[in-house]
Each structure stands twice: as C-alpha cells, then as structure tokens.
Design a binder for this molecule. Structure first.
Ligand code: TXE
Length: 483
C-alpha cells in the first residue's frame, strides 16, 4: 500500500491551489525508496492562471519602494529561520542528503540568498555619464513576469538563489522547483503571505520538466528565464526560448578538474580533493570529478586519498553522524552505476567503492552509492569527458603545468576548477589558462555571493551573483539630454 502523508499544492495569486487537471504524481524519499508525498502535475492551464496573476500584480510591485520589497524578503528569511529545523529535515528527506549538510549549507544559504538580494534591491542603481555637452543616465527596469527553473541537487539553495534577484529587481515571478525535490519550495510557499508579499508577486508551480517546464519556456508572456540544471535541458530551453527571443541565463553541468601540484600542502589538499569529489554525494555542478596529481607524488597521494575516502561515513541521512547519504533517485543511481560500469569497460581500475551500498533497516531499499575512486583511464575517454554527477572521481597523473592544463581543458564543460600549490605565481598562471568560469586556489567552493558565478563552454551562458543577477533580471534604459 502506498502511504502519502503530504499533498503538495501550487501557490498562485496568494493561494494554495490544486493543479487544474487534478493530476498528481508521487515523490520518493531516496533513503528509503518509498513514496511519501504527491506533487501537482501542473500544465499550461496552471501556467496561464499564474501568468495572469503575476501580470496583475506587476504594476504595484514594480512601484513598491525597494526598501519595502527588501523588508518582505528579509521577513520571509526570518520566518524560514524560525522553522529552520523543519526545513533541514525536509530537505534531507526529499533529496537524500545528510541532515548535517542541509543544516550547514542548504537552508542557511537559502535564507542568505533572500537577504543578499533584499540588500541588492536597495543598493542596485544605474549609471551616470556626465560630459561637457551631454548628461546621460540609465535606469534598470524590471521585465514584468519572469520565470525560474531549478534542479534537485541543492533544491532550496538554488530555488531561492534564482527567484530572489528577480523579485528584488521588481519582477513578478513564476518559480518552478524540481519535480524530484519539491518539498522545501512548498514549505516556503506557506510563508509567502505572512511575509507580506501581495498576491501574484511570487507564484510557485510544481511539475515535470516536459510538461510545465516546457510550457514556461514557450509562454509568450514570459520574456526572461533563469535556469539551472543539466546541459541537455539547457540546450532545449535555449532553443525554445530563441524562437521568441527570450533572455535566458543558463547554469549547466561541469566536469571540473582538481589539480594537485607536488608542493601542495598535503593534508589540506587531501581534504579539499575529497570534499570537492564527494560533497552532496558528488551531486554539485562544482564537484571536482577529475583529480589530476603530479607524477612525483602520484602513488603516495593516491594511497592517502583512498584511505581518507574510506573513512567517509555512509548512512541514513537522518543520522547526524552521516557524511554521505543517498543519491537523489533510482534513475539517477542507475545512471551513476552505469558510468562506473563504463569506466571498467574503458579499462579503469576501481580503487575503492564502485557499488550500490545496501543498508540495514529503514534504508534497506535506499539509493546509496559508495564513494568511488577510479584510475588508469586516459583523459580523453567518455568517463573523463561526460558529467556523471555522482560520487565518482577519477585520478590521473601529470608531469608539467602545460600537460595538466591541456588535460584539464579537454572537455566540453568549463564551470569550475581548483588548483593546489604553494607557489602563488604558478597558481595564478594556471588559473589564467584554465577554461573555467571559476578557479579556486588552495580551496574548493569558496563562495562570495557578490562575486560572479557561471561557466565557460557548455557549462552555461551568463553569470549569477549579487550584481550580475540583478543585471540579468532588469533591462537597461538610457536617457540623455544636452547640457
Ligand atoms: O535535470 P534537468 P535532471 C545534470 C546532471 C544530471 C543531469 C540530468 O548531470 O544527471 O543534469 O538531471 C526542468 N523545459 N544536472 O534530468 O532535467 C526540471 O523539471 C523546461 C546538473 O534531473 O536539467 C527541473 O526543474 N524545464 C545540475 C530542471 O529543469 C525542464 C543540476 C532541472 O532538471 C525541461 C541537476 C524542459 N524541457 C542536474 N526538462 C547543475 N548544473 O547543478 C526538465 N526541466
């Protein structure tokens, strides 16, 4: 028998509503493999209703003073903080990630996003070009109704990261969380009215990419879309959006290199390489899934790295000691396992891990995969070029700076990289030549929310971050007069 203890609702025009079709599908708890909630299978009719609500709300929201918009965003953050533990537990259950990670990263970063963009609403401004004979200035104006589409790996963090700048800039929003992890977006929707947002300003529609997602990208009254997700989906959205000349921001996949030179600080590099490879079960677009190690230290680093990886505690995500939870879904687990099989076919050696892990008790049917380390593969093989997006890292030796740069740059992706060396000149030289939107030196995933975030090549188009996202969600108007 299937037990659903929760029915998720859409949030449209300030009200919790059922999908107009009355259709729902199940969402599964990855740690147990059991369905536990129903998700609206929203479609174009739901979207039309939400777009009308957003259009009606827009003139008043656009004209609301930035300080008032910011106050509502801060209030929403406060309301979430008051319920932080509920959000942490829900995120962990929905996604399979350890509660320790949801508590350290996902939920606090979600509220930090709201506060960062509340601040940006107040501080954001246009430019002035004051010359002897002319005076010109710019306004940054909202579009009207915009949409955000977000993924399942950091559900709450990326959901808030995308809609917050849109609201701050004065747009009304249709936000679509991932159908795989809808719960914390739903919980947030329960607080929107209490935070003071007028009806129609922030609308949340749940459902599948092929249905409601595709309806969003094709809707004629949504001129702007911000998307985070897989590269194949990004290309589809970009193609659809191009037909109507929509403005699109795409944050897509990665196949990120971690580069360890022989003068790196040993313990820090080991720890950093491990975290980069396995954080969130390897399901972060920034994960360092290719580990390049200088040949002079290759064997010793490899041995210490395997030892370290084998200490990672796999377990029930609800257990506060767990460091490594479940992958997000059965389909995704199977995809990751198929890549481990491919790595073996391509001649790789699995040094540790490599299997699904069956736990006892509550989690016996969960989607757990062991942290997996593989070597013996050329940098050109599929395993080393395609995004696996799971707890799998490959090790490769290199001898020179030129060689490692060439190997690191040899994928279609170009999101992030980390470089480990005590020679700052070398770190800077390598950072300059890497084809990645972000390079971390002697650290991984150091995030300043003000700094630009985004990728080169097939990792995306555009940049996010405090000011870049505000620019994305506004159109610039230039006004001039003679002096
Ligand atoms: O993501 P999708 P999936 C990568 C990772 C993963 C692969 C596929 O490699 O294995 O992508 O994951 C919505 N029109 N990343 O299939 O499909 C969808 O409903 C409009 C990297 O789960 O990209 C969800 O809300 N929207 C990544 C969102 O897109 C559509 C994070 C993301 O789903 C749509 C996640 C369509 N046609 C996966 N199809 C990262 N870079 O962080 C789907 N969606």
């Amino acid at each position: 028998m299937t037990l659903h203890n929760k029915k998720i609702m859409n949030f449209v025009n300030g009200e919790m509503v059922e999908p107009l079709s009355g259709q729902y599908f199940e969402t599964i708890e990855p740690a147990t493999g059991q369905p536990y909630a129903l998700v609206p299978d929203s479609n174009k009719d739901d979207l039309d209703r939400a777009v009308i609500a957003a259009q009606n709300a827009f003139p008043a929201w656009r004209d609301t003073p930035a300080e008032e918009r910011a106050a509502m965003m801060n209030k929403l953050a406060d309301l979430i903080d008051e319920r932080q533990d509920n959000f942490i537990q829900a995120e962990s259950k929905d996604n399979g990630k350890p509660v320790s990670l949801a508590g350290a990263l996902d939920i606090p970063r979600g509220t930090a996003n709201l506060r960062t963009f509340a601040d940006a609403a107040i501080q954001f401004k246009g430019d002035v070009f004051e010359k002897d004979t002319s005076y010109t200035y710019t306004l940054r104006q909202p579009f009207g109704v915009v949409a955000t589409i977000s993924p399942w790996n950091l559900p709450f963090l990326l959901f808030t990261w995308k809609f917050s700048p849109a609201l701050a800039a004065g747009n009304c929003v249709i936000a679509k969380p991932s159908e795989v992890t809808p719960m914390t977006a739903y919980m947030l929707s329960e607080l929107i009215n209490e935070a003071g947002f007028p009806p129609g300003v922030l609308n949340i529609l749940h459902g599948k990419g092929a249905n409601i997602g595709s309806a969003i990208t094709n809707h004629p009254d949504i001129p702007t879309i911000s998307f985070t997700g897989g590269t194949a989906t990004g290309i589809e959205i970009y193609t659809n959006a191009a037909k109507q000349l929509k403005k699109v921001s795409l944050e897509l996949g990665g196949k990120n290199p971690t580069i360890i030179f022989d003068d790196a600080e040993w313990d820090k590099a080991l720890e950093g390489a491990k975290t980069a490879a396995f954080a969130n079960q390897g399901q972060v677009c920034l994960c360092g899934s290719r580990l390049f190690i200088q040949d002079t230290i290759y064997d010793r680093f490899k041995a210490d790295f395997i030892k370290k990886v084998e200490t990672i505690k796999i377990g029930d995500p609800k257990d506060t000691n767990t460091q490594h939870g479940a992958t997000v879904s059965k389909d995704h687990m199977e995809k990751v396992l198929s890549y481990i099989a491919l790595a073996k076919e391509e001649g790789g050696t699995v040094l540790t891990g490599g299997n699904r892990r069956i736990l006892e008790g509550r989690c016996k049917d969960g989607y757990f995969i062991e942290p997996t380390v593989i070597d013996g593969l050329p940098h050109t093989c599929r395993t080393n070029r395609e995004e696996i997006f799971g707890p799998v890292v490959t090790l490769m030796p290199f001898s020179t700076e030129d060689e490692v740069i060439e190997m690191a740059n040899s994928t279609d992706y170009g999101l992030a990289a980390s470089v480990w060396t005590q020679d700052q000149n070398r770190a800077d030289r390598v950072a300059t030549r890497l084809e990645n939107g972000m390079v971390w030196q002697n650290c991984w995933n150091l995030r300043d929310l003000e700094a630009p975030f985004g990728g080169f090549k097939k990792s995306g188009i555009g940049r996010e971050g405090k000011w870049r996202a505000m620019q994305f969600f506004t159109q610039e108007k230039t006004i001039g007069r003679p002096r």
